[in-house]
Every structure is written in C-alpha cells, then in structure tokens.
Design a protein around this ligand. Structure first.
Ligand code: CP
Ligand code: NVA
Length: 307
C-alpha cells in the first residue's frame, strides 16, 4: 500500500509497489489521451517546494495535482521565510497544518527527512543531492513502452555518484535487472546507500557492475543513459569534474557498440557536447522527448497513489 507513505527513496518500496506506480503511470497516460482523468485529489492541497530550478518536475507535478482535481501551491526558496533563516522544521510544521502533502526538491536529502517528520504529511522527493525517484520511474516506464519489457540491459555513462543513477540502481536492484555503470573510480554512490542497493540486488539477482572503460560497459546494451557531469549544487567542482569525466561522453562512436535496436535516454536538461554528442541526443536512437513527456504520467501516478 502506498497511500500515506513518504516517497523519498525507491529502496523503501517493494517491487509490487513500484510495479503499481508504473501500471498507474500507463493508465494515467491513457486517461489523459481520452480525457478521462480521475479526480482522485479532489479537495487535497499539496505544497511543492523548490530549492533548486526545475522545468520538467515543476511542470509535471503542478499539472498532475491540478489535473487530478487537487490544489498545488508552488513555493520557491526565495518566496518562503527559509531564505531569511526560518528553520525547515518550523516551515514543515506550518505546512503540515495547511496542506495534505509536500513535494520537495532540495539541496540536501536531510531536508526531505525533516519536511516529512515535522509536517507529519506524506512527502515526495522531487530530487535531492542523493536521489531522484520519480525520474527513475519515468525512465523505466519509457523502457517498458519501447521494448515491452523492463528486462533490457542498461549502461549508464558518466558520474557514478549521480542522484538519478542512484534511483536507477534502486529500481534495478528491486526488479533483478542489469545495469552497467561506466564511471571514474572516485565517483560512486554514498556507501550507506550502495550497501542497501547491494543487499537488494543480492535478493533479486540484479547485476550492477562498474566499468572504467565505457566501451566495455556499453557492449550490446539496449539502453544508454547519461546525465549532466555537473549537477545542481556541484558548480564549485565544475573544472575537476570535467577533467575526470572527459572520456565518459556518450558519442556516436560509443553507440555503435550497443544493440541494433538500442535507445538513448537522458533525464534532461542536457549539455550537448559535454556528456553527450549533439548527434546522439538529437539522433534517431534518442527517446528523450518521450521520456520527458512521461514525467507527467509518473507524477500523476505518484500523487494519486500517495494522497
Ligand atoms: N529531469 C528533471 O528533473 O528535470 P527538471 O530539472 O527540469 O525538473
Ligand atoms: N543530476 C542532475 C539531475 C537534474 C534533473 C542534477 O541534480 O542537477
């Protein structure tokens, strides 16, 4: 059961809950197409708090809540008293008195834990420094849509400690899938989170392997995924990250070693010429716009199942 739960990390859910989130995403897509969206959030007020910029997540979450009949209240960091020093705990207490739930994009994952604890309301992670669960649900929805199955080998090329990657790993670990990560050795998920992923992978027979050489990682895979080299909040490390990641760019040459029907995914926003060549992201294997559209349906699924 998902109702009333926090959605902070995919590792907190079992496979059946994640499957339900995907199933409802597909049914929401159909219902949007046929103009039959259920008003499951009628009378519900949900605060959406953004400490960082957002296009896809902001639009998809706000629309999802409105389309389901609820009232979204978007708060960016500068709008609220947190910017003048009001503690997150106090903000959460106040929100808890006025809204039924919170979605939040935060600098530090710990802020999500505080929002959930002190508001007493179900809280959804809209991206933190640690993870991005709604993005990974969308990504696997897109894989299922393209191939008819989730069970296709994926290679992630780039930052091995990336927040989107952590959520992809969490999903893979629950479903017993295969994920190869091409990344510099010094870029790895947080050890405590990696330990949980490894434990889950052991139970499900998932294969998550790290490779130094992107050509080795990518051989024969069906899905190639990358994300920006410099995530929001990492700007001060930009130069070092560009140096360390320079051989982990998704190029057309790299794509030649994937399976014939392979696809390219990126959570977006992308920097053409940095983590991915322009001809790949704008090429015929790219599914990034379908993927971006699917953010709406996974947001509708998550908000309707949790609240
Ligand atoms: N993929 C994603 O979360 O995009 P935004 O930063 O635009 O929300
Ligand atoms: N890793 C990126 C994802 C953006 C959706 C970031 O955190 O900036």
């Amino acid at each position: 059961m998902l109702k009333g739960k926090n959605l902070l990390c995919l590792l907190d859910f079992d496979r059946w809950d994640l499957q339900r989130l995907l199933d409802v995403s597909f049914s929401m897509k159909e219902r949007v197409m046929t103009n039959e969206v259920p008003k499951t959030l009628d009378g519900k007020r949900i605060a959406l708090f953004f400490e960082k910029p957002s296009t896809r997540t902001r639009v998809s979450s706000e629309l999802a809540i409105s389309m389901l009949g609820g009232t979204p209240i978007v708060l960016t960091k500068n709008d609220v008293q947190i910017s003048r020093g009001e503690p997150v705990e106090d903000t959460a207490r106040v929100l808890g008195r006025m809204v039924h739930g919170i979605g939040a994009r935060v600098q530090k994952h710990d802020t999500l834990l505080k929002l959930a604890e002190y508001s007493g309301r179900p809280t959804i992670n809209l991206l933190s420094d640690l993870s991005h669960p709604l993005q990974a649900l969308t990504d696997f929805m897109t894989v299922k849509e393209v191939f008819g199955t989730l069970n296709k080998p994926i290679a992630f090329v780039g930052d091995g400690g990336d927040n989107v990657l952590v959520s992809l790993m969490a999903f893979v670990s629950k479903f017993g899938l295969e994920l190869r990560v091409a990344s510099p050795k010094e870029m790895r998920p947080r050890p405590d989170v990696w330990k949980r992923i490894e434990e889950e992978a052991e139970l499900s027979d998932a294969v998550i392997e790290f490779y130094d050489d992107p050509y080795e990682a990518i051989r024969g895979v069906s899905v190639v995924y990358t994300d920006v080299w410099i995530s929001m909040g990492q700007e001060s490390e930009a130069q070092r990250r560009r140096e360390v990641l320079s051989k982990y760019r998704v190029t057309e040459d790299l794509m030649r070693y994937t399976s014939a029907d392979s696809i390219f995914l990126h959570c977006l926003p992308a920097i053409r010429g940095e983590e991915v060549e322009q001809s790949v992201i704008d090429g015929k294997k790219s599914r990034v716009w379908d993927q971006a559209e699917n953010r709406l349906y996974t947001a509708m699924s998550a908000f309707s199942l949790i609240y």
